[in-house]
Design a protein around this ligand. Structure first.
Ligand code: SF4
Length: 152
């Protein structure tokens, strides 16, 4: 099984604020060449740092009102192609992100309100038969046992 991960979870400073969301066990998998890190927002041409965005209905809107839907869609599509080329069918993604969130995302009001739904990249992966989970999901423990990796 090959696995893709949100690049920020592997320690890449690609978040909107120029920081990473490093998770030690995911960083460890990356350092052992066991996962492919991808950042769909960067692949979509968005800079680091950038204005944060949230999904509002069928669009992705930045906090200053710019419609970034095209960047999110093209970046997710490109990331999907990399994931396929890598031979992956499993993804560990950053929770709540408008690109990578799985199962819940912010509601588009920038008020930290969560609603049910997937980020653009997570949704695209699901539609292409990937199994997706977040860095917080318990299903990861099984895979970490398989990889003999410490869970932190
Ligand atoms: Fe991390 Fe995904 Fe956001 Fe990139 S798009 S910073 S990988 S959560």
């Amino acid at each position: 099984m090959r696995i893709v991960v949100s690049a920020c979870l592997a320690g890449f400073s690609c978040r909107y604020d120029g920081k990473a969301n490093t998770v030690p066990f995911i960083r460890s998998l990356y350092e052992r060449n066991l996962v492919l890190p991808l950042c769909p927002e960067c692949l979509g041409g968005l800079p680091v740092p950038r204005t944060p965005c949230e999904i509002r209905a069928d669009r992705v809107i930045s906090k200053n009102g710019t419609d970034c839907t095209q960047n999110f869609m093209s970046g997710a599509f490109l990331a999907l192609q990399y994931a396929r080329f890598y031979g992956a069918n499993f993804a560990i993604l950053k929770e709540k992100s408008p690109s990578c969130g799985v199962g819940q995302v912010y509601d588009g009001t920038f008020s930290k309100t969560l609603i049910k739904g997937d980020g653009i990249f997570a949704r695209m992966l699901r539609e292409n038969n990937f199994f997706v989970c977040t860095e917080k999901d318990s299903v990861l423990e099984k895979f970490l046992t398989w990889f003999s990796c410490d869970y932190e």
